[in-house]
Design a protein around this ligand. Structure first.
Ligand SMILES: NC(=O)c1ccc[n+]([C@@H]2O[C@H](COP(=O)([O-])OP(=O)(O)OC[C@H]3O[C@@H](n4cnc5c(N)ncnc54)[C@H](O)[C@@H]3O)[C@@H](O)[C@H]2O)c1
Length: 287
């Protein structure tokens, strides 16, 4: 029997813990706050930002939101990032991607100070992750690690295949897994025999953006399969894994929706809290 991992339940537990910590911080007058920046009219981005803002308010944190029009210039967005970076009330800054094509996303992301980089996507945060130093880690890969921990899946010594090495998921996840003592193999679009790589793994994490890429031919019996992909189809959301075909083969598998997706938002809450704590420590040093 294959067990479906309930990411919604695990994420809810994390969000409740964050809300408790926020309530404690609020009693001493320190309320963490997240600033979301939405540029333009992408409907999916608007939905994602609305969900993040709801979660922030539900956790008892401050919601600072900025909207800029589709035709905003690099200077317009940079000015907003800089203003939020200088505001001591703002613990974390999230620039929702993708941005309209006239904007240089990397340059704008790199204006976010590391202590406020709740998405963990700045060059500085990527460096801190690679070096194993204190920093905020990208939400989706840290959500994958939290899911595996909640399920008590051992990472030390485990053979893990990470399929896809994008900046958002696969690459940072590889570092997180290595730090936890896993033996990690990274596969990608130029891997010649994907099944030969993934069939050796105890844990297969798939983050490619290729719908239904992974099926029974890729998975060793008893493996744990984590599906990071999200695809909108006329019949609802689906992932990078043909999960129905893995029934009876995988030991455990994450569903789409209800697997990694809710963990991403939960880890954003965790990162906002950590950012607030980090910011307060820095202020104490300066004072
Ligand atoms: N669940 C969530 O909250 C969440 C968050 C972020 C991203 N995602 C999803 O994760 C997926 C990956 O996101 P990303 O931004 O890292 O993607 P990306 O486009 O940056 O990287 C995709 C990677 O997949 C690899 N790839 C492409 N085709 C392949 C193939 N046929 N075989 C093996 N590897 C292949 C590429 O080499 C590349 O390394 C997307 O589906 C995205 O929607 C989900």
């Amino acid at each position: 029997m294959t067990t479906t991992i309930n990411g919604t339940r695990i994420a809810q537990r994390i969000r409740s813990q964050v809300a408790e910590e926020v309530a404690t911080a609020a009693r001493s007058g320190r309320i963490p706050g997240l600033a979301t920046i939405l540029v333009g009219d992408d409907p999916a981005s608007a939905v994602y930002v609305a969900a993040k803002r709801r979660a922030i308010k539900e956790a008892g944190m401050r919601d600072f939101h900025r909207f800029l029009p589709q035709h905003a210039t690099q200077d317009d967005v940079a000015a907003v990032v800089d203003e939020l970076a200088a505001d001591p009330q703002v613990s974390g800054i999230l620039l929702q991607l993708p941005l309209p094509p006239q904007l240089d996303a990397d340059a704008l992301i790199d204006r976010i100070p590391v202590t406020k980089d709740v998405d963990g996507l700045t060059t500085a945060s990527a460096g801190l992750l690679a070096r194993g130093e204190r920093g905020l880690r990208p939400c989706t890969p840290s959500g994958v690690i939290e899911l595996l921990d909640a399920e008590k899946v051992p990472l030390k010594g485990a053979r893990v295949a990470v399929v896809g090495w994008g900046e958002l998921v696969g690459k940072p996840l590889t570092h997180l897994l290595l730090r936890r003592g896993a033996t990690v193999t990274v596969a990608h679009e130029f891997t010649t025999d994907l099944a030969a790589v993934t069939r050796l793994a105890d844990i297969v994490v798939v983050a490619t953006g290729v719908r239904g890429l992974i099926g029974p031919e890729h998975v060793r019996p008893g493996a744990v399969v984590i599906d990071v992909g999200i695809h909108r189809t006329p019949s609802g959301l689906s992932g990078d894994v043909r999960s129905a075909e893995l029934d009876g083969i995988a030991d455990r598998i994450t569903p789409v929706p209800g697997g990694v997706g809710p963990m991403t938002i939960a880890m954003l809450m965790v990162n906002t809290l950590r950012a607030a704590q980090w910011g307060a420590e820095r202020e104490a040093v300066v004072a």
